[in-house]
Design a protein around this ligand. Structure first.
Ligand SMILES: NC(=O)c1ccc[n+]([C@@H]2O[C@H](COP(=O)([O-])OP(=O)(O)OC[C@H]3O[C@@H](n4cnc5c(N)ncnc54)[C@H](O)[C@@H]3O)[C@@H](O)[C@H]2O)c1
Length: 308
C-alpha cells in the first residue's frame, strides 16, 4: 500500500511518519522546498515525542520520503491524504485557499481510482433530515438549508463567486427546461454537522451520514412473537451511518421533531433497514472498512423481546 500525504506540517508529518511505522509506503509532499530539504536531512521542524526516531528509521527503511513533486506522489498512491493548513482569516472564517490549491493539484495528477482523505479542518458538514409531504425546493444544489448557501464556482477559472440567494434561487443552466426562478429553499426538520447540537444531545457528535429509516406499522392482529410493540407505531426511525445509532423521532402533527428516543441497540454503520412481515426490524450493517471483503458486514434482525 502506498499513500501520499499532501501538506507536511504538524498533522501531515505525524500522519505520514506513523503510517510508515505501520509498514505503509508514504510520500509526504509539501510546497515549502526548504522544509522538504530539511526533512530529507532529518531536521524535524516540530516537536512530538519520538517523532524524530520514527522519521529517521522509516526514511532509512525507504518507507518514508519527502518531495515537492505532488503529481508523482499522487500517481503512485492508492490513498491521498490532504493535510494542508486551513488557518482562520480575520473574520474567523477558514482560509480555504491552500486546501483548494492542493485539491486542484491532486485532481490534475489523478490517473485512476484513489481514495481521498481530508485531514484538514474544513467547513461544516451538512447533514439534514426532512419530512417531504409535497413538492418543494429542498435546496440542492444551491443551498444546504436556507441559512447555508453554497457559492457559485467557476470550474474554468477556479474562482468562487457569491453565495446563492436561498430565498430567490435562480437556475440559469442552459440544460434547464423548467422554472428559472425557483421557490425559496425550505427549512429541514433537522440540520446538523460534526459537533453535538444543544437541542438534540441524543444525536451525539462525529461524522455526518444521515439515513432515513422506515416508520413502523403496528398491527394488533399480526401474530408474531418478535413484533415490535405499539409504542413504536408511526415513529420514523433515523439512523446515522457514521455514528452507529438508531433514533425514533416523535413528531408533531406538522412534522416537527418534538423528541428523540435513542433505541437501545447500536448497529455497525447501518446502511438500510425495513420492518419485516413479522414486525421485527431488519437492518443491513456495512461494518468498518471499504472496498475490501468486510467481515463486519451483515444482515441483522432486531426482535422485540417482551418482559416475562
Ligand atoms: N495541528 C493540529 O493539532 C491539528 C489537529 C487536527 C486537525 N488539524 C487540521 O489539519 C490541517 C493541517 O494542520 P497543520 O497544523 O498540520 O498545519 P501546518 O501549517 O503545520 O502544515 C500545513 C502544511 O501544508 C503545506 N502546504 C500548503 N499548501 C500546500 C499545497 N498546495 N501542497 C502541498 N503542501 C501545502 C504548508 O507548507 C505546510 O507545511 C489544518 O486544517 C488543521 O486545522 C490540525
Amino acid at each position: 500500500m502506498h499513500i501520499a500525504v499532501i501538506g507536511t506540517g504538524y498533522v501531515g508529518l505525524v500522519t505520514g511518519a506513523c503510517f510508515a511505522e505501520f509498514g505503509v509506503d508514504v510520500t509526504c509532499v509539501d510546497v515549502d522546498e526548504q522544509k522538504v530539504e530539511n526533512l530529507r536531512k532529518g531536521v524535524i521542524p516540530i516537536y512530538e515525542p519520538g517523532l524524530d526516531t520514527i522519521v529517521e528509521k522509516n526514511v532509512a527503511a525507504h518507507r518514508l520520503s519527502f518531495t515537492i513533486d505532488i503529481a508523482t506522489a499522487v500517481k503512485r498512491a492508492e490513498v491521498v491524504f490532504l493535510a494542508v493548513g486551513t488557518p482562520p482569516k480575520t473574520d474567523g472564517s477558514p482560509d480555504m485557499s491552500y486546501y483548494r490549491q492542493a485539491a486542484k493539484d491532486v485532481a490534475e495528477a489523478v490517473d485512476g481510482y484513489k481514495v481521498l482523505v481530508t485531514k484538514s479542518t474544513v467547513p461544516v458538514g451538512t447533514g439534514k433530515w426532512l419530512v417531504v409531504r409535497q413538492p418543494g425546493n429542498y435546496g440542492w444544489p444551491y443551498c444546504a438549508t436556507p441559512e447555508l448557501p453554497y457559492v457559485a464556482y467557476d470550474f474554468a477559472s477556479g474562482v468562487s463567486g457569491a453565495p446563492f440567494d436561498c430565498q430567490h434561487p435562480v437556475n440559469h443552466s442552459s440544460h434547464n427546461t423548467g422554472l428559472a426562478e425557483l421557490p425559496p429553499v425550505l427549512e429541514p426538520e433537522l440540520a446538523y454537522s460534526f459537533n453535538s447540537l444543544p437541542d438534540w444531545p441524543e444525536l451525539g457528535s462525529g461524522g455526518v451520514g444521515p439515513m432515513a429509516g422506515p416508520a413502523y406499522v403496528f398491527s394488533a392482529e399480526r401474530s408474531s412473537a418478535v413484533k415490535w410493540p405499539e409504542q413504536y407505531a408511526g415513529l420514523p426511525l433515523f439512523y446515522e451511518w457514521t455514528r452507529d445509532l438508531v433514533i425514533a423521532f416523535h413528531l408533531s402533527a406538522g412534522g416537527a421533531i418534538e423528541s428523540m428516543e435513542p433505541l437501545p441497540f447500536t448497529l455497525d454503520n447501518p446502511m438500510d433497514m425495513e420492518f419485516g412481515p413479522d414486525g421485527a426490524l431488519y437492518a443491513l450493517e456495512y461494518g468498518d472498512g471499504y472496498y475490501q471483503i468486510n467481515p463486519d458486514a451483515q444482515l441483522t434482525r432486531i426482535e422485540y423481546v417482551s418482559a416475562p
